[in-house]
Design a protein around this ligand. Structure first.
Ligand code: SAM
Length: 277
């Protein structure tokens, strides 16, 4: 379990500093994965001080990834995916979800975390239709001109671009909506984008959102911005939203009836899918 001081940490790959938290490993810790170090679990414990249910940020995000990918594969006819910020391999990765439905789908994962590059690449690239690039997802030209991306994705045919749990980690000076606009401009008509992002729900759960944000930003990871719904809407660059629009991840086509009320953390992450006309 994350946070257990007695667990033995995996041996760090060459070039990986286990004394610095990383987004990919912290996320792995939130998902109860094994590819994280004590410094990453320290971030998890810090955010749990703000909200004991903090791991639901990751659980909800992953559930949205699976349902949105399933929707794209089942309903849109898309067979090309650009998954920006793949993360470490976990139970159901994008290519497994979409290739189960459309076996001929190509998936290009992009991630620049050294542990993802070292371990993840080997596990994520399971077949000849799945590829990996280590470009910088916050620098769209580096992704769009990347040789792996160019070799395996045909930009004259619709592409699904996924930015799931990524844009809230951008710490640069640009408006993240401008970053998304660069991607959207490069996508052909009929393409889709899917985004999930930490949310300040501007209601009674706003306080907990801002407390979690404070813990993330002041943690050894140093990123994790909670934006308002209006700020998140901008990230979709005016594209046509797929029903039900930008909503809590928990409310985006849940798998079945809901018998339990949502907890405070489940109100703090939202997602949506949009189509470029
Ligand atoms: N998309 C996955 C999901 O939703 O389950 C993983 C999300 S994880 C929170 C964010 C991922 O983005 C991490 O694996 C991290 O390494 C990657 N990432 C962060 N900044 C990046 C950058 N500038 N370029 C490439 N990848 C980046």
């Amino acid at each position: 379990m994350p946070g257990t001081p007695t667990r033995s940490d995996p041996k760090p790959p060459v070039g990986v500093d286990p004394t610095r938290a990383s987004i990919a490993r912290v996320y792995d810790a939130f998902l109860n994965g094994k590819d994280n170090y004590e410094i990453d679990r320290e971030v998890l414990r810090g955010v749990q001080k703000a909200a004991p249910e903090a791991q639901d940020l990751a659980t909800e995000n992953r559930g949205f990834l699976i349902r949105a990918s399933r929707f794209l594969a089942e309903q849109t006819g898309i067979t090309q995916y650009l998954d920006c910020g793949s993360g470490l391999p976990t139970a159901e990765n994008t290519h497994q979800v979409v290739q189960r439905i459309q076996p001929e789908s190509t998936v290009v994962y992009v991630d620049n975390d050294p542990v993802v590059i070292a371990h993840g690449r080997a596990l994520l690239v399971e077949n000849e239709l799945t590829h990996f690039s280590d470009a910088d997802i916050f620098n769209p030209p580096s992704v769009l001109k990347d040789p792996v991306v160019r070799r395996h994705l045909d930009f004259s045919e619709p592409i699904a671009l996924l930015q799931l749990g990524t844009l809230h980690h951008y710490t640069g000076e640009r408006n993240p909506a401008d970053i998304m606009q660069e991607y959207v401009d490069a996508l052909p008509s009929g393409s889709y984008i899917a985004i999930s992002h930490f949310l300040d729900p501007e209601n009674e759960h706003s306080t907990v959102a801002r407390k979690m944000e404070h813990m993330f930003l002041h943690s050894p990871m140093g990123s994790g911005k909670f934006r308002t719904k209006a700020e998140l809407e901008e990230l979709f660059c005016g594209l046509e939203m797929v029903e039900p629009g930008l909503v809590l991840c928990a409310d985006w086509w849940p798998d079945g009836p809901r018998l339990k009320p949502l907890n405070q953390v489940q109100y703090c992450i939202a997602g949506g899918v949009a189509r470029k006309p």
